[in-house]
Design a protein around this ligand. Structure first.
Ligand code: SF4
Length: 365
């Protein structure tokens, strides 16, 4: 059943096409067909994303005739914000209603002077990692580049006074490198001077480890890479992350060792610590050996239990012991307490439901 607000948007625009569907390449043909110069595309992107216009008739840099001709076939769809949940720690989870009635979640995370927006790149995920709720329902569909742009746009429009998004992480629902074409379009659009001119150095893409995608990403972009590792043997990783059966640890690490990593840049390894599964001192020692030769830092994330996961969070002394072993080998290691656990906004807990009622919850929980 489509989301309520989306239904409204559709009924307002019967017979018209969301012009964002043409982003990015289809816009060239559109303006060429209308006898307009190529820079109209940049102007359109600048007005939709830079200025946030919601109506083609408001793009006053276009002639009246052009605006009229565009409005005869197109409109601008901006996904309605259906729900905001606010955590006790200040993390905010936004639920957006996409044009086909699906829900997409993104998360705003304030932390030490930074405000990070975590966006989704797919609806659901096909990789089925056992510690992740998103993977439970399988993949529904890829998100288009403009739908990733829309997550940033809507988040920007709902910031508090004085707030500014300082970082973007592609770490929400989905495996970004399994949707490479749209994700790379998004990276180009978000960093374009015609939209937000966002620095690539302030964008991080997190992957379960798809070697071809990683190599390509490094050839084409300077964004930061985070790899979700979570195990030190193929046996455990096969169990936790079925993608490891296709790309085992040796292949993944060989790929990472072969990357042209510029000086002063490091790969972030994410390691979800699960009680009795991957949190032993032997695991920590093995991890040290596996990461040899790779410029790296490690984020340890104590597991966030969810109903039916079958896993537990390790006791804190075990987490600290793991960290201590890595640090004793000069590996920069940080314990990342997940933000927004009370509103299911933490890593691995995103699973947008279009059945969630429209609600603005400022109290959290
Ligand atoms: S952890 Fe990431 S790759 Fe694994 S199932 Fe969840 S969303 Fe997909």
């Amino acid at each position: 059943m489509p989301l309520r607000s989306t239904q409204g948007a559709e009924s307002r625009s019967v017979g018209l096409t969301n012009i964002k569907e043409l982003i990015p390449d289809g816009l060239d043909g559109l303006f060429q067909g209308l006898g307009e110069p190529p820079y109209r595309k940049d102007q359109l992107l600048s007005w939709i994303y830079g200025r946030g216009v919601k109506d083609l008739s408001s793009i006053t840099v276009f002639s009246k005739t052009l605006r009229q001709r565009l409005s005869e076939g197109f409109y601008i769809f901006t996904p309605p914000l259906l729900n905001i949940r606010v955590s006790r720690d200040g993390t905010r989870k936004l639920l957006l209603g996409m044009i086909d009635g699906e829900g997409v979640e993104s998360v705003l995370i304030p932390d030490e002077g930074r405000l990070t927006l975590c966006i989704s790149t797919q609806i659901g995920c096909a990789l089925g990692c056992r510690f992740c709720l998103t993977g439970r329902g399988g993949l529904k569909r890829n998100l288009r580049a403009y739908e990733m742009m829309d997550q940033v746009l809507v988040a920007m429009e709902n910031l508090k006074e004085g707030e500014r998004i300082t970082n973007i992480v592609l770490m929400g629902m989905g495996e970004p490198l399994a949707n490479y074409k749209e994700v790379s379009s998004f990276l180009r659009l978000a960093t374009s001077r015609h939209t937000w001119n966002f620095s690539q150095r302030r964008i991080t893409l997190s992957t379960a480890g798809l070697p071809d995608g990683i190599r390509r990403l490094f050839r084409e972009f300077q964004v930061n890479l985070a790899v979700s590792l979570n195990a030190t043997t193929n046996e455990v990783r096969d169990y936790l992350m079925p993608i490891n059966r296709r790309y085992p640890l040796e292949e993944l690490l060989k790929t990472l060792r072969g990357l042209p990593i510029p000086r002063r840049r490091r790969i972030t390894f994410e390691y979800v610590l699960i009680d009795g599964v991957n949190d032993s001192p032997e695991d920590a020692e093995r991890l040290v050996r596996l990461l040899k030769g790779i410029p790296r830092k490690v984020n340890l994330i104590p597991f966030n239990p969810f109903p039916g996961s079958g896993f537990r969070r390790p006791p804190m002394e075990r987490v600290l012991r793991f960290q201590e072993i890595l640090r004793s080998h000069n590996i920069a290691t940080f314990i990342r307490e997940s933000k927004g656990v009370d509103i299911s906004a933490a890593c691995g807990l995103l699973r947008a439901s279009s059945k969630e009622p429209l609600k603005i919850n400022e109290q959290g929980g």
